[in-house]
Design a protein around this ligand. Sequence first.
Ligand code: ADP
Length: 446
Amino acid sequence: MILCSVIAIILSAVFVNMAVRNTFNKYMLDNQNQRNARIVEYFQEIYKRDRNWNIDSGREIMHEAYMSSYCITLLDSNKKLIWGMNPENLKDTKHSIMMNKDNGVYSSNIFEIKLENKIVGYLEIGQYSPILLSQSDINFQMSINKSIIISVILAIIVSIIISIIISKQFSKPIKAFSDISVKLSKGDYSVSINDKSSIIEINKLMNSINVLRDKLQMQDKIRKRLVSDISHEIRTPLNILQNNIEAMIDGIFPVSEERLNYLNDEVIRFSKLLNNLNTLNEFEDEKIDLKFSIINLSKLINSISKEFYIDLNKKNLKIHFQFNRLKSFCIVGDRDKIKQVFINIISNAIKFSKSHGNIWINIYEKREKILVTIKDDGIGIKEEDLPYIFERLYRGDKSRNEIKGSGIGLTIVKRILLLHSAEITVESTVNKETEFKLIFNKVNIQ
Ligand code: ADP
């Protein structure tokens, strides 16, 4: 920044200096031309008055010429010398200072002196430089240059100060970001940046880093939970199997059908867990092959809710299914996968409902979208859990401790909906209600 501003300031100073010098020289040349015209006019007046030339004609101008460092020679109409100044004498005068690259080379111009359109004489005006500058002219030029140099120095100082202030504004938060990323990479999630910066981009970066920290922290929590959950889920059926089989070998338990069925249930639970993990893996790897067809959502949801008849009865739950029966709510999608979506959400609604609860399913249209809401008046989801329920293996505390599950149902739902360009949102109040809203693209069937 400093380098750029110094270059810019120096360049503009050079340009300003050149522009001032050119304008000044032009102004001086104009002055000189006016002076020459005035002198020629003066001699015309003298001839008009005397009607001829003599050795003293206009001599009084010599003093001014010496003082201003130019040389005058008067010639008659036949170019015969009447009087003239010696250019050599000018060299000693210090009244005017010659400048320009042609410094020291004497040059002159001849002007005609006319009276009534007849040439009556010639006037040669010469000088040692194309532009003559007096001491005050030189002083004027020097004071301009001095002002330019002072303003350049001031501008450079100001730009250095501003550059340092601005770069500090960037470097301070960037240093904080780099410290935080080092801490995050070491697994320290207690760090956060809460400073406010006047730079919008820095503020955005700060927010992103805080979000990143929350995500990493949550992922870390989920990973730790995953290991403990999986080992717990695996250990429990294995322990039960081992203890029961050992007891049967030792003859403590009789080998009865009921006991074998119980052990079989544990094996089934065990393999279900592995199947779930496998399904998740399939979705994560995007190996999924979708078979698209037109699906009538009201028919599909109706048939799914019938499949839950036993579970609903067990908990005395009621499903209220509302949609306009005159309309067909059709979407394009993979029937099995969309079925999986509703099975997962409805089974969650049943699982997390208290007995004698209600589940409301609504289907309706809004612009080019079909919306399905599935609401229950069950245990609800804590506000801090809400952003994470679609994460892999995330389970709310309650469901972790009391209600069985694997924490991948909603992850699969989200993945399937993403593959169908559909969206899902959730709103919930603890111990009151939970509502999932699914938004599909509508298909118009003639
Ligand atoms: P799980 O196998 O635990 O049900 P999901 O991925 O289906 O896994 O759900 C993740 C978490 O979201 C659940 O553990 C639970 O805490 C919460 N959740 C999902 N649906 C509901 C609901 N209808 N009511 C309350 N909590 C819910």
